[in-house]
Design a protein around this ligand. Sequence first.
Ligand SMILES: C[S@@+](CC[C@H](N)C(=O)[O-])C[C@H]1O[C@@H](n2cnc3c(N)ncnc32)[C@H](O)[C@@H]1O
Length: 205
Amino acid sequence: MRYLAAACGVRQFLDIGTGLPTASNTHQVAQAAARDARVVYVDNDPIVLAHARALLTSTPGGATAYLDADLRDTSAILAEAARTLDFGRPVALMLLIILHLIPDADDPHGIVATLVRALPSGSYLVLAHPASDIRAAQMAEMTRRVNERMAGPGATMRDRAAITRFFDGLNLVEPGVVQPQQWRPEPGDLSLPEVTAWCGLARKP
Ligand SMILES: C[S@@+](CC[C@H](N)C(=O)[O-])C[C@H]1O[C@@H](n2cnc3c(N)ncnc32)[C@H](O)[C@@H]1O
């Protein structure tokens, strides 16, 4: 968030798969860097919706909005988000730890491509996805146990190649697709815990 707002000058964020409000929510980090940042949150969990009011604080010059919508419903998300975001100017699309909840049968790569197509040149895709190929045996066992307890199709962990394909047609920013603790750590962050996920940030040419 800080990199996008401070170094890239991005002022608009579409954060799909928001999760429960916590410390340092997307709009708080963005608006700390740029007070006029505008953020649209999207989630389909009724519990997140119940807590959404905590996300709807904003600096006076910026804006926040919350959509109760499913990632698969790209046309509804884009239409509603356009009430808050100007799709004629760059937008950072954030898909952090959500795409593993979209099974291959629902074409997660197609969903991401549809959303990216709606963004103008100079926009960014920020994506993090749990990995099947880091500590593979433990991740497979964890996925098996989680999916025993989850309703619906469960989680699909993916490997680095499949996760890198989400960035097709975009220019990956250095250091590319890496584990989250390896993506531009702050000076002094010498012993961050390992995250079993792949992440990246890419610019739309
Ligand atoms: C693991 S949390 C990630 C939260 C946050 N992005 C983060 O990285 O800390 C995944 C979130 O995605 C939401 N989610 C899962 N499937 C979704 C879907 N199909 N459409 C919209 N939101 C979804 C869940 O309700 C949950 O809040």
